[in-house]
Design a protein around this ligand. Structure first.
Ligand code: NDP
Length: 233
């Protein structure tokens, strides 16, 4: 059984992923900024925008559990707005969390994975990283960036038995999408071939597959879980 770290695993997609791995018998550590871990999961305090916090959390996991085998870089935020009104801060904070945060976490996990000559890095991207999204110049840029980062990691670390992939959800029912008004939700649903939002469990199942032995020859891939919304991209 493996040691799994899910960043932002205290709620939403991250929590569903964490519970899925837990149900399969893995040791699951979730990162939180504050609070206590949900029942059955180990918690570590980590703010992905803070290098020292990330490094300290990974050291803590190494000491307690023997290092991360499977990293699910899931923590992410949105700060939507039209480009003309988007401030540097709105762009930079999303970049700092979604892309730099994933980078900081992957970098901190690399040494342990190199030692073990094995590891799985799974980045939670988004369909909008390929499709683009009006009002999400910042967010979409970070999700495209994850693809370049994962593919570079796949090339850099592949010879050491480490894979790096992106799971790219469409619209998922979580607090992140709860802020959308009904008119926008209806417009999205009508453009999705499967005509509904995704559940968090549907993302978790694909993440678990990518971490499994069955996916040992998959690296540098972008796996869509988007109800067909991003077909052809
Ligand atoms: P939620 O808003 O429900 O959860 C976001 C998680 O990220 C929370 O656990 C949050 O922690 C954590 N987080 C945010 N900032 C930081 C930080 N600086 N350091 C550590 N943790 C942080 O979002 P979802 O579950 O919907 O999204 C999870 C991932 O999936 C994101 O990367 C998102 O971009 C992606 N995604 C979501 C889609 C959707 O439709 N919901 C679609 C496509 C991709 P805290 O509780 O402390 O705020």
């Amino acid at each position: 059984m493996s040691v799994v770290l899910v960043t932002g695993g205290n709620r939403g997609i991250g929590l569903a992923v964490a519970n899925r791995f837990k149900a399969s018998g893995h040791t699951v550590v979730i990162s939180m900024r504050t609070g206590i871990a949900p029942a059955g999961l180990h918690g570590v305090v980590m703010d992905v925008t803070d290098t020292e916090s990330v490094n300290a959390a990974i050291c803590e996991i190494e000491e307690k559990f023997g290092g991360v085998d499977i990293l699910v870089a899931n923590a992410g935020i949105t700060k939507d707005g039209l480009v003309m009104r988007m401030s540097d801060e709105d762009f930079e904070s999303v970049l700092d969390t979604n892309l730099m945060g994933a980078f900081r976490t992957a970098r901190a996990c690399t040494r342990g994975m190199l030692k073990k000559k094995a590891g799985r890095m799974i980045f939670i991207g988004s369909v909008v990283g390929s499709l683009g999204s009006a009002g999400q110049v910042n967010y979409a840029a970070t999700k495209s960036g994850l693809i370049g980062m994962a593919r570079s990691l796949a090339r850099e670390l592949g010879s050491r038995g480490i894979t790096a992939n992106v799971v790219a959800p469409g619209f998922v029912d979580t607090e992140m999408t709860a802020v959308l008004d009904q008119e926008r939700k209806d417009a999205i649903i009508s453009s999705v071939p499967l005509q509904r939002f995704c559940t968090t469990d549907e993302i978790a199942g694909v993440v678990e597959f990518i971490a499994s032995d069955a996916a040992s020859y998959i690296t540098g891939a972008v796996i869509p879980v988007d109800g067909g919304l991003g077909m052809g991209h």
